[in-house]
Structures are given as structure tokens and as C-alpha cells.
Design a protein around this ligand. Sequence first.
Ligand code: AMP
Ligand code: TRP
Length: 332
Amino acid sequence: MKRIFSGVQPTGNLHLGNYLGAIRNWVHLQDDYDCLFCIVDLHAITVWQDPAGLSANTREVTAGLLAAGVDPADNIIFNQSQVSGHAELAWIVNCVARLGWLNRMTQFKEKAGKHKENASVGLYAYPNLMAADILLYKATHVPVGEDQKQHLELARDIAQKFNNDYKTDLLPIPEPLILGAAARVMSLRDGTKKMSKSDPSDQSRINMTDSAEDIARKIRKAKTDPDNLPDSPEGFEGRPEAANLMGVYAALSESSIKDVCAQFGGGQFSGFKQALSDLAVAKLAPIQDEMRRLMADPAHVDGILSDGAEKARAIAEPILKEIQDAAGFLRA
Ligand code: AMP
Ligand code: TRP
């Protein structure tokens, strides 16, 4: 059986990168797979989160998934902390993964920055918790953006080592699914940096809750270069901003980057930016309206998360028992 697990952190605003790199793909995958989509609040607290903000963001991200078209009747949507198996399996994973493996994780190096000594132990062990998320459900496929590829390779190594160490074939080796023209949406201020919730400049990203005016202004002010647009993707060499904006256009219009180059190549950025901003507003507005409607009814959103958690626990509990048995833990 094919089973998908994917996660998104409830830290700050959902942005266009999350939508194009992750959530929109989830909407497409829900018909073909048995899917679990998790709001990973345990991952979020690897860096300090204000408690009220964490609750609000958990609801906002849930509303974003629902508004984008993830159907809670056919899929499992829940927040990670409601299923205790994630934390329990993470401990076992901590004892399987090697320090040397974690030392290679580039996201930790980026997030911890110069003050490594001051980063939380949780931030360092973050990829182990992510592996536990996936293995707890024996997920076979994991859709993520490019930035999570290394963590997924680690999850594969952990599954393999667990199977080897305990002489079992209990854990399937999860496959990454990296999809679409916008697997990596870049910052509007710097085409070499990914669009991120943690970028201090709000101008660098399009938030799912931005108004039409904000979207238009951010695109108008987005960094560009002085040349006309390239008429083929080969022309992106040394032009990360052109590549990013045209990639976003392709993703939003569900066409290929080649077609977008054919359509706008030779033209100026100004006309293209107008077309991009019209397209972004048209595609995002209905999702934003629905998000606002859902966020006005927190009890409804919380109900979806607790129903999802109940369904998730029903899958996780027997798998966790199998893993604990393999490790030799006694239970009554
Ligand atoms: P995060 O916001 O880090 O929890 O990421 C949630 C999901 O969005 C993951 O699948 C990421 O790979 C994806 N994602 C985050 N930022 C970007 C981006 N700039 N471009 C494409 N995908 C992204
Ligand atoms: N680390 C992922 C991110 O920041 C979120 C995540 C947590 C995840 N657990 C996961 C993604 C399991 C896929 C599968 O984007």
C-alpha cells in the first residue's frame, strides 16, 4: 500500500513557497494515496515559540490546507503533539541515528548559525523527529520541497539501520516526492535565498494572508536585473531572479517554464510583473477568502485536528508496538 506522510511547521505565516512547494502538491496527491498531513508543532518549538502564537499559527496552517483543497474526510489532517507516538518513536530514532549523520545536516548549520552552542538540543535532533514522523506510519512516499531532501535521505538511512540492527524488515524505506516547477521558490529580495518564514524582511515573501495590494506591491518591488527576459530556460544562467519569477508564473499557471519563456521572452520585467501579480492575486484570492472564513471558526478547525489525531493514533499505535517489540521492550 502506498501511504503519504508530510508535514508543515506552524511557525509564522504560510507563504507562496509552502503553497507551491508543498500544499498544492498535497491536493493533487490526495486522490491517489492514503495521506497523512501533519502540522508539526513539536518541530516548531525547536526554536522558541510564543504559546499563543503557536496555537494561532497551528489553526492558520490548518485553515490554509483546508482552503487549498485538502479534504479532511479523505485524508488525515492533525497536529503532531496530539499523537504521543511521534515523541516516543523519536527517542528510539535518537538511539539509531549517528552523531556523524546529524553533523552533516545543512539546515541545522543554517538555523543555528554562529551560535551553535546556544541552539536547542531539539533543533539538532530535529531530523530524527522528522524520521520518526514518517516511520511511525510506515509511510512509503514523502512529498517535500528541495530543502528537505537531505532530511529525507537521513530518514531512509535510519530506517535501514533500524532494520539491520534489529534483523527485521519492519520499516519500509520512504521515497521522496519532489514535484513541480516550484519545488524551490526563492526570496523576492534575493534570488539565491529560499523564500522562508524566518526571513526578517516581509518583502521577501508572499504570505497566504497578504492582500491583493500587498501582493502587487511586493511583486512590483521584487529584485530583478536590467536585461530583458530570456526566451528559453538556458537564459537563466546568472539570473536567479528571472528564473524564480518565471518559475513562479509557470507553477501558478500550471504550465512549463519553457512555455513561460516563449510567452514573455524578450519583454521587460515591468510588463511581466504586472501579469504575474494579476495571476497570483487571481489564484490566491479564493484560497485566502476561504482561509479567513475558517479562521473565524476556531472550534471547527480544532475539531478537524482532533478527529485527524484520532485516526492517526489508530494507525500509529500498532506500528509503534511492533517497533517496541522488535527492540525488546516488555509490556503487559
Ligand atoms: P516549512 O515551512 O519549513 O515547515 O516547510 C513546509 C513545506 O514547504 C516543506 O515541504 C518545504 O519543503 C516546503 N517549502 C518551504 N519553503 C519552500 C520554498 N521556498 N520553496 C518550495 N517549497 C518550500
Ligand atoms: N521538516 C519539514 C519542513 O520544515 C516539516 C516536516 C516535519 C516534515 N516532519 C515531516 C516533512 C515529515 C515531511 C515529512 O519543511
